[in-house]
Design a protein around this ligand. Sequence first.
Ligand SMILES: Nc1ncnc2c1ncn2[C@@H]1O[C@H](COP(=O)(O)OP(=O)(O)O)[C@@H](O)[C@H]1O
Ligand SMILES: [Mg+2]
Length: 389
Amino acid sequence: MIITKKICSFCNKKIENYKKLVIGYKAFICYSCIFLCNKIINNDINNIEEKKFNNETFPKPKEIKSMLDEYIIGQKQTKKIISVSIYNHYNKIFKINNSEIEISKSNILLLGETGSGKTLFAKTIAKFLNVPFAMVDATSLTEAGYVGEDVENIIYRLLQNSNFDVKKTQIGIVYIDEIDKIAKKNEGSYGRDVSGEGVQQALLKIIEGTIANVPPKGGKKFPNQEYISVDTKDILFIFGGAFNGIQTFSGTNIGFKKKSNFSNATPNDLIKYGLIPEFVGRISIISTLKSLKINNLKKIIYKPKNSILEQYKAIYMLDNIKLVFKKSAIKYVAKKAFKLKLGARGLKYILDKYFIKLTYFISDKKIEKVKINKKTLINKNMINIKYKK
Ligand SMILES: Nc1ncnc2c1ncn2[C@@H]1O[C@H](COP(=O)(O)OP(=O)(O)O)[C@@H](O)[C@H]1O
Ligand SMILES: [Mg+2]
């Protein structure tokens, strides 16, 4: 087509550089709008402003909580607990010299069913603080000498994430998921075999603080190799686990019953579950995430920055299609997701499935607007679209 107007159809700004312009049907998009859309689509939390903190500018717990509120729905108690522990942890790093009193590290354990936001908490915090972040599944770890991933590999990933800046790495955050899966097998329980305990043993040192010697290319250690030395004493460890069926001392089953204020698990409950006392001793904060109710699920669809809906709207906007998602649709999807018992994961599952069909169906049509409500979601053959004139 012949370009008559040199204005981006999205931001309305003049387009200066023609090489970086995408021409669509009666629309242009400039490079910076493409870049922005890419950001929204590619990463849920890419848009958090990256900041550099020091002891003067480090956010106070209430500021951390407000930031978390923008990305995470519900989980008020965990937000408060995390905000304060993060504040304490980094305040300590920035303000206390080595010569002064030793304040022990505040490693955190997040308990909660799948899709309740455990990983989201860890990622959001790391992104917000602009510190290196590494995520690992506890089930992939092994004791030294066995086939699998050595625990030092976790630190290797942090190093990778900070472009091998050792100083930065040393104040990073490591998230270890599925920690409940390396519980040792108690008599009559269904924990993992002996090696579960071995992995816990192997983790003890790096979570407490040690000089970890990391092979410069990751992978297994072998003799006479050169290492990168990383002090792990200020690395914050966050653990996540569902701990299905955990029994709290009070006798209530905190495993996601309908009760709204179930009690938090105690260190003793974790030991009973199969975490070794030395391991539990290195976790100072335990917070239980609530299972998400229909009301939370509704909000998760549209409210957080870069919500699922916002992302779909951005995708459709690239084709100049306006996406209208009615309240009845939000309610319907939330209710359906609630039944799946996959937490917020269920929402994405349902919506992705629907949007694949919809996007395919409209891909050969010239459309201006698509309206989605409960009826169009239920009835496979129904679609509410406005064609371009
Ligand atoms: N409380 C919440 N608020 C907003 N989004 C959430 C929440 N909980 C989960 N999600 C979303 O659901 C998905 C799965 O969440 P995740 O944090 O990976 O769950 P978990 O680690 O507890 O299994 C992610 O896309 C996440 O953004
Ligand atoms: Mg997770």
